[in-house]
Design a binder for this molecule. Structure first.
Ligand SMILES: Cc1cc2nc3c(=O)[nH]c(=O)nc-3n(C[C@H](O)[C@H](O)[C@H](O)COP(=O)(O)OP(=O)(O)OC[C@H]3O[C@@H](n4cnc5c(N)ncnc54)[C@H](O)[C@@H]3O)c2cc1C
Length: 394
């Protein structure tokens, strides 16, 4: 077995791992970047519908979920969204703002993968693919990794193996296992930014409305998001549902307002006075997509002239539109989740360097850490910022 020495070894050649490799390499460190996958940067390639929502111009600490909400501040300040935008510009990659500050490539997410690979090459990073790590150890302040073929050791070891989402393209629990081996606390992991599932009755409605999208406010306790909501044959999805899934707790309800712009009850009471012969289902179809309006009228057992409906009935109908309370039975899980909530407890790490406080030379970055961004480019920004920081100190 060959034994090779590096200054820095990075496990996981995703967004965070590649960024840290580039930065450590630029400092003249001898860097080895290993990944167990055959194809590098797969998550980047499939992200943002193939266009990669690589950052958000509104990035700030309140767009991240963590047991310690202030932890992200230092890394986000050391490497901002503008720093990444400048890197994109340096490589002449054309991009646009889709909405809400979300920046996407005009052409293809592959351009981001190519950019990172080129920067790695320019920084003399040694990249090894399809590497199976069988053991990690620390001896006399050096970190050893044993693979199916070789052994490598280094002064610094960066764990950038990401979360548990989408095992099909390389996600594994490796990072959490390393954290456990070094006696680090882990915040419970859960799928996040994930479609929600429902019991038979609501699922039946979702199936009937499959493909329909509406702008809705979806809330859980005091947290709410106003974005698109999509009915699918498996339940509810779309940005507002994905966002709330990161906050929702099993057993609790979520609240949906299908017409956030106005109060239906007030409008129906007025219509009853002004135009009592108008058909209630027709009125609702003028406010909501026809298919949805029909289901709502059926579920509330209303039909005919609006004058036939009592105020109590109109209130019930309005509530089912303005405050539709439903109880998800679960989520689609890691199979479709964009990210993983929880991870290595940030109390174990220095927010300035991303180094483990009790193990100098050991770093955790990216999604494996208990930092989860909202939908909209924040998760990649966290990968770039935390990767950059570790690359300065490893
Ligand atoms: C479908 C989808 C779309 C997304 N779209 C966006 C988006 O548009 N914008 C956004 O901000 N975020 C998006 N995300 C989230 C974003 O992709 C992640 O938050 C980000 O990739 C995390 O970066 P990371 O480097 O920490 O982990 P990853 O990018 O997941 O990289 C981890 C790497 O570690 C490797 N690895 C894992 N286990 C081992 C092991 N045992 N040995 C060696 N290597 C290992 C993996 O192969 C992988 O290359 C999306 C996620 C998904 C699933």
């Amino acid at each position: 077995m060959i034994i090779e020495k590096y200054d820095v070894i990075i496990v996981g050649a995703g967004a965070a791992g590649m960024m840290s490799a580039i930065e450590a390499g630029k400092r003249g460190r001898k860097v080895l970047l290993v990944d167990h996958s055959k194809k590098i940067g797969e998550k980047i390639r499939i992200s943002g519908g193939g266009r990669c929502n690589f950052t958000n111009i509104h990035t700030e600490a309140n767009k991240f979920i963590s047991q310690n909400p202030k932890f992200v501040i230092s890394a986000l300040n050391q490497y901002t969204q503008n720093d990444f935008i400048n890197l994109i510009k340096k490589h002449n990659i054309k991009f646009h703002e889709k909405k809400l500050g979300q920046l996407f490539c005009d052409e293809s997410a592959q351009q981001i993968v190519d950019l990172l690979l080129l920067e790695c090459e320019n920084a003399n990073v040694v990249l090894k693919k399809e590497i199976m790590i069988t053991d990690i150890d620390k001896k006399e302040e050096q970190y050893f990794i044993t693979t199916n073929s070789n052994q490598y050791y280094s002064d610094s070891l960066i764990i950038a193996t990401g979360g548990l989402s989408i095992p099909k393209i390389g996600a594994s629990n490796f990072g959490y296992e390393v954290a456990k081996k070094f006696n680090l606390d882990i915040i419970e992991t859960l799928p996040a930014l994930v479609p929600l599932t429902f019991s038979e009755k609501i699922l039946g409605i979702c199936k009937e409305l499959t493909g329909l999208s509406v702008e809705a406010v979806v809330s859980f306790k005091k947290t709410f998001f106003e974005e698109g909501m999509l009915f699918t044959h498996r339940g509810l999805s779309g940005p507002s549902i994905l966002q709330i899934s990161s906050y929702w707790k099993l057993g609790d309800n979520i609240n949906i307002n299908l017409t956030p712009k106005f109060n239906i009850f007030k409008s129906l009471e007025e219509k009853k006075k002004l135009n009592p012969k108008q058909d209630i289902c027709l009125i609702i179809s003028e406010i909501l997509p026809k298919r949805l309006a029909q289901i709502i009228c059926k579920e509330n057992e209303v039909s005919g002239n609006i004058r036939e409906l009592s105020s109590k009935k109109l209130k019930q109908l309005s509530d089912s539109i303005n405050t539709w309370v439903i109880n998800p039975t679960g989520s689609e899980g890691y199979r479709t989740a964009e990210v993983t909530l929880g991870g290595v407890n940030t109390n174990e790490l220095s927010s300035k360097t991303m180094m483990v406080k009790k193990h100098p030379g050991l770093f955790f970055i990216g999604e494996v850490v208990d930092v989860t961004g909202h939908l909209g480019g924040y998760n990649f920004q966290w990968a770039w910022s935390s990767g950059f920081v570790a690359g300065q100190y490893a």
